[in-house]
Design a protein around this ligand. Structure first.
Ligand code: UD1
Ligand code: UDP
Length: 356
């Protein structure tokens, strides 16, 4: 089999790592990097740490408005597809790179396989919601991480080609969690003690591009610091850094800004955090898998299982809701039930592709 894989943004490098490894054991993979993320700390570091082969092609598309960025990708991916003529195009998640890959492929009649299919926030203001709905409807194979995702696809009339395989991010986490504990010295470097800090990430436009939401989140982090005595460590996404610069927004005392970290450092920081506060999709799942309490800085989540199990509280950007969730909520005594698969999603994906 000849597979062309498209990645471009940080979480996609992590998702693609276990699948690439399983695929390359028996098949040919051409890895196309759209260049959506390009800083060393947003891209190269993941290829090095996760042992992902260097991209065969980097389209160098970079940043831009949604139309510009997606349009440039569409043109460049089409050219790559015409050169390669693969049996399948493999796309991940819900970024502009995902949609561009799916559209370029379907228009050339190349079958599309979508990993992390069936996720929905039902919030049409999110760019990711358009990307994932449209990608699912382009796809011939839809690889779902959860039963919820399978059920949601059925409500949209998508049943054929749908496979419940588990979550490839949990595959990556299981392969690297112990390595992170052994090899990462991030806690020592930052002078942190296990459970002596909270870990946060913020990058969604809903939070970064609405100044009152960004200010409210920082105020909440500072309130939590004052009540708990624990600082909030925040590896800052470049989008958020740019908005803070635009607003001349300085972090309050209780917030410790650091540059984005590599995967092993991030897994080490997550495992030792007293709590995680995030608007990231992937990090909600990682918090759950590590049994670290999570407060989600969004009005809703696609990962409803984490909320149902009591390990995730959806607080949005409201200062008092965030502080209340972080300081007053009673977290479950039992470990979270396993809902994201057994760490072998990647092998299942390859088996399904082989049978298709
Ligand atoms: C993108 C995805 C989002 C995903 C996130 C993961 C879309 C629509 N959004 O959001 O779903 O959760 O990646 O992190 O695809 N920038 C840099 N250096 C980089 C990359 C970006 O400075 O290496 C800055 C640029 O100013 C850019 C901004 O960050 O304009 C936003 O980057 P972009 O890739 O458009 O969206 P993300 O917010 O990263
Ligand atoms: N991540 C990382 N370093 C960071 C922030 C995140 O390695 O500084 C990892 C994180 O562990 C997870 C993935 O990046 O595996 C999540 O990516 P992100 O939050 O950018 O995107 P989302 O999941 O929201 O699409």
């Amino acid at each position: 089999m000849n597979i062309l894989t498209i990645v471009g943004a940080r979480p996609q490098f992590i998702k693609a790592a276990p699948v690439s490894q399983a695929l390359r054991a028996r098949h040919r993979e051409v890895l196309v990097h759209t260049g959506q993320h390009y800083d060393v700390a947003m891209s190269d570091v993941f290829f090095a740490e996760l042992g992902i082969p260097q991209p065969d092609v980097n389209l160098g598309v970079g940043s831009g408005s949604h139309g510009q960025q997606t349009g440039r990708m569409l043109m460049a991916i089409e050219e790559a597809l015409l050169g390669e003529r693969p049996d399948w195009v493999l796309v991940y998640g819900d970024t502009n790179s995902t949609l561009a890959g799916a559209l370029a492929a379907i228009k050339l009649g190349v079958p599309v396989a979508h990993v992390e299919a069936g996720l929905r926030s039902f919030n049409r203001a999110m760019p990711e919601e358009h990307n994932r709905v449209l990608t699912d409807h382009c796809a011939d194979l839809l690889f779902c991480p959860t039963q919820t995702a399978v059920d949601l696809l059925a409500t949209e009339g998508l049943a054929s080609g749908v496979h419940l395989v588990g979550d490839v991010m949990v595959d990556a986490l299981r392969q690297h969690a112990e390595m992170a504990r052994q090899r990462s010295d991030v806690l020592a470097r930052l002078g942190l003690l296990p459970k002596g800090y909270l870990l946060a990430t913020v990058h969604r436009p809903y939070n970064t591009d609405v100044p009152e939401n960004l200010r409210s989140i920082f105020a909440a982090f500072n309130d939590i610091y004052r009540r708990s005595g624990r600082p909030v460590v925040l590896p800052l996404h470049p989008r958020t850094r740019q908005r803070m610069d635009d607003l001349a927004l300085d972090p309050p005392d209780g917030v410790r800004l650091i540059d984005p970290v590599g995967y092993l450092d991030m897994l080490a920081l997550e495992q030792a955090a007293a709590m995680i506060l995030t608007d990231s999709g992937g990090i909600q799942k990682e918090a759950y898998t590590f049994a670290v309490p999570c407060v989600t800085l969004r009005p809703e989540t696609e990962w409803v299982e984490t909320v149902q199990a009591g390990w995730n509280v959806v607080a949005g950007a409201d200062r008092s809701a965030i502080v209340q969730a972080a300081t007053q909520y009673t977290w479950p005594a039992d470990l979270p039930p396993s809902v994201f698969g057994d760490g072998h999603a990647a092998e299942r994906i390859v088996e399904v592709l082989e049978r298709a």
